[in-house]
Design a protein. Structure first.
Length: 94
């Protein structure tokens, strides 16, 4: 993960906290219905999750989403960590 990519992820997470949109609007807002505590616990994953959901819907389904998720793997570590895996399983299963 380059420093620039990490900075971008952090800025996206900060924007989500300030504006409240990356985690509550659009595709992530809809996904939040399945696992609200997961989304709330890991705001740094909201923007990458939005990119993954967009890829899933517009660029070829699961393979396209997996590519995005792997690209932003560090942003999703929170979701699969021991404190949050149970909260995030409903979303991961989708």
């Amino acid at each position: 993960e380059s420093a620039e990519e990490l900075r971008s992820i952090c800025q996206a997470a900060e924007s989500a906290r300030v504006e409240g949109n990356a985690c509550s609007d659009g595709l992530v807002g809809k996904a939040r219905a399945f696992a609200p505590t997961c989304i709330d616990a890991c705001p740094q994953a909201c923007e990458p999750l939005n990119l993954a959901l967009n890829a899933y819907l517009t660029k070829g389904g699961q393979p396209a989403a997996k590519k995005v998720i792997c690209q932003y793997e560090s942003a999703f570590e929170c979701n699969v960590g021991p404190q949050n895996i149970e909260k995030c399983l409903p979303l991961i299963a989708k």
